[in-house]
Design a binder for this molecule. Sequence first.
Ligand code: WTA
Length: 694
Amino acid sequence: SRGLLVTRVGMDRLKVLAGHFVAGGPASELDSRQTSAEASEPPTSIDVKYRARSNINDRGAYEALYKGSIQEPDKFWGKQGSQYAWKQQFQEQHVDCNIDVRRGKIRSRWFAGGLTNLAFNCLDRHVEDGRGDQPCFLWEGNDVGQDRVLTYRDTLAEVCRLGNWLRSQGISKGDVVAIYMPMVAELPIAMLACVRIGAIHNVVFGGFSADALAARVADSRARIIITSSTSVRGKKSTPLKQIVDQACKLASKEGFKVDKVLVLEHSALPKGKTPWTQGRDLWWADELSQQKPQCDVEWLPAEAPSFLLYTSGSTGKPKGVQHSTGGFMVGAGTTAKYVFDLQPGDVFWCTADCGWITGHTYLTYAPLLLGATSVIFEGVPVHPDPGRVWQIVAKYKVRQLYTAPTLIRALEAQDHKWVTKHDRSSLKLLGTVGEPINPRAWQWFHEVVGESRCPIVDTWWQTETGMIMIAALPGAWPLKPGCATLPLFGVLPVLLDSEGKEIKGAGEGVLVLKQAWPAMMQTLLNNQQRFEETYFAPQKGFYFTGDGARRDEDGYIWITGRVDDVINVSGHRVGTAEVEGALSSHAACDEAAVVGVEHKVKGQGIYAFVTLHSDSDYSDATRKELVKLVREQIGAFAAPDTIHWAPGLPKTRSGKILRRVLLKIAKGETKDLGDLSSLADSSVVDKLIERRGK
Ligand code: WTA
């Protein structure tokens, strides 16, 4: 095919270039981006040969199974569910859902009558099946040479010790435990220990600030925080435990007391140097060494909550998305089996952090549910050099690599020799998630990384969906770079036009879902009303995704990006309202409005318009203070790339900010700003344009 031919030519050129580099050739010749750009245009459609062990190898086989999954969810999911261990079998008619607000309370119940446990399915079951000595986690530390193999048996023992310790602290079914850790093996271990005893984990990404951690701990009433002394990423080390101390202080000001902090001794800050609160703080190793490596499983109803994960919306404070046990388990396992063709013993590497949903479903749960080996990488892709990712692939003979477009773009910008010097022959399948992938990055991932052998599964889903919703099944149909392609089993996507009417056939609109699915969120913690208002009220009868999408002539679905005020920075969801809140907390700030603009590596960057009080200085010092506030209140990843001094914001007569206009100004598209007649004062716009870049 055209794609393959192009690749061979491209690879030859790369080899030549790699040689140049070694010989110390001039830098200009080494611009790898230029090379791939010259090599070819990204293919519009490409059929990558792949024989799936799941046995779905053409669109016909998929269609047949898909139809059944939509028409008879009880039967389809019952069959999938029976591949897991249940203490008590679920009923034959086990699905009980309503996603139509006009028909009463929204609910998503799956595997009714069933009793199960996620940790049992992830660990005990495999040890009982003779998989005890197989690696469960392969941990690769920040620095080359730091690594650790944990077999299924090792992992089970550590999970049991921690489960017992949590019980000794009075934690039981339904209690929330917060986890704030770097990517060490103890992070998924802590998650598994919680679900083993029926506790609900609330993992807070290690990049969040003390304020953000405090808010999540207090909102979920997590009496225990599990953390580590430090987090090391690249050359930077962050004193996580100190951030936890601060968060505990902040939470107590809000009237919430954290009882215990369990601290893993890790890297730069050893015992003696870690600040300590007697009676509250305890060392992981000291505590766990006193616990037995066996711990009874708490059998839970399928609809018992398993975890909370806070995510940003377009308005208000972050929402505590609550997931189930049975539905989540079967949704996670089933999607990984089909999309990644994941089988027992496969070495699977999901590069996501456990602080995000991808790290929950596809680093921790799905690989273990299927008896695979999951790679955990603590560091950053460019440390100590830009070849680190490919070195890890070679070292562990990774079969499936699941990553984000932002990482692909960052590594694509480096010289290709960083990729080609490492053996990637173990790779059979590549996956992406988090944001739309641009065809150029797709092509590089496919041709350079995957040597044109590996299908790329572009997977669309959300924290709220819990599992992949739209993606290609490898080998089952031709791929199109930048396109998530078709819905998975049980997923019924619909596009609505601006009047809320269903678009049949090709067209573009808002993406909604017409049917409930097993890993669907159950509710927002303590806020069923906000849950219904956010997701089910905007388009009655549907789940509202917040994304726009286009359907092409082949029925493929292309995600076009958020239609609400959520910004996607390096695949991390950031709410405009949160950033605006942080900026506005500056004493000199009168008003702030934030929009997302295209960014070469991050996908989207944050562009903030800030108006100061009339007596304040529009200075670089103030700019720095504003950015610092965002870092403190949310985290470094949410820091604005640009602060645009705004003498005023474009508003309608009723005081509503016209974000559409701000977005155009931010992008520099100031020639055609569209209809400005609703503005209360249109001179504001000219002043804003004049201030651009100053
Ligand atoms: C975006 C991440 C295009 C989308 C699993 C969604 C994507 C949001 C894709 C959810 C994709 C995720 N193509 N856009 N393959 N995957 N998105 O909750 O806007 O962190 O609504 O979940 O990321 O982000 P979240």
